[in-house]
Design a protein. Sequence first.
Length: 89
Amino acid sequence: MILKYAIWGVLILSSLMLVMIVFRSRGGGRLVASLGLNVVVAAFLLYVLNLLSGYTHIELPINTATLGTATILGIPGVILLIGVKWALL
């Protein structure tokens, strides 16, 4: 039980230190804003794709893996996810 609280304490402390380091650097705020914008755009793309699934018959779940792939790779990442889904199913 004590080990569980120690692990949570280390996680919280390291997260706070990481946030402090990112915002202390000059480009840290821009990096976080850019990443946030990319996540929002990726979620919107996946939502629109699922919204149009009645016409395209393509459904991709909006979860951590698909959102991360679409965030990092953008539209080619969404096309990659569609290709992987077609290849596996």
